[in-house]
Write a protein that binds this ligand. Structure first.
Ligand code: SF4
Length: 225
């Protein structure tokens, strides 16, 4: 029998080592594995106005970013992720595992069991940042769901729910999500021309609803990717 990973080709925009900038793992060193493509926007500016998700701040089209490309197997993909992590001998002496954040675009269009298993085999803790519209394969260690207005939410449990706030179109108010099964609930101010106002609104909401915590995009503040 041929292993599925032999047949799967992964399209990856970029692979790079950085600090997680948002949410519960803010400040944690991580390899970012950014898959190409999303099911809520083509990634082309001319399509943004008609997209389901219109506030995206990420380049996820193509495979031309640093470390990006088409990876023919899960093993080749995991090797590229492992190569981005520094000094593996030092890692073994720490209590923290190597950490990979699978993001996009929408990573669950491509991330499969073969890739998760192979990343585990390479010693990584596997996190996913998803829009929550696609069921996830088993084995993911940390699931962060970021719901989008006008997109039906399928993933209704996980570790972290991170809601971009406010989302003026459609029903994506925090009240819609507060009963879901997550360990952390974050509001993250929408980064548009009203960022200051959005931040103040998010602060007020968190203070009035202490189930919610504020997530800031610290990587933008300190000037890293
Ligand atoms: S769902 Fe995420 S990756 Fe897709 S367009 Fe929206 S913000 Fe961008």
């Amino acid at each position: 029998m041929i292993h599925w990973s032999v047949l799967m080709t992964y399209a990856v925009k970029e692979i790079y080592y950085t600090l997680q900038g948002e949410g519960a793992h803010t400040g944690r060193p991580a390899v970012f594995l950014r898959f190409a493509g999303c099911n809520l926007w083509s990634g082309r500016e001319q399509h943004r106005i008609d997209a389901i998700c219109r506030f995206c701040d990420t380049q996820f089209v193509g495979t031309d970013g640093p470390g990006g490309g088409k990876f023919a197997t899960a093993e080749v993909l995991a090797a590229a992720v492992a190569a981005a992590w520094p000094d593996s001998s030092e890692v073994c002496a720490t209590t923290s595992k190597p950490y990979v954040v699978c993001t996009g675009g929408e990573p669950l269009l491509q991330l499969d069991t073969a890739a998760i298993d192979t990343l585990h085999g390479a010693g990584f803790e596997v996190a996913v940042e998803t829009n929550g519209t696609i069921e996830s394969p088993p084995g993911i260690d940390w699931t962060c769901v970021s719901p989008k207005a006008n997109a039906a939410l399928k993933l209704r449990n996980g570790d972290e729910l991170k809601l971009v706030y406010p989302q003026t179109e459609g029903a994506a108010q925090p009240e819609k999500f507060h009963n879901l099964s997550f360990d952390h609930f974050y509001l993250q101010p929408l980064d548009d021309i009203h960022l200051e106002e959005n931040t103040r609104s998010a602060i007020v909401y968190c203070l009035e609803h202490p189930q919610w915590k504020l997530s800031l995009q610290t990587h933008k503040m300190i000037g890293i990717d």
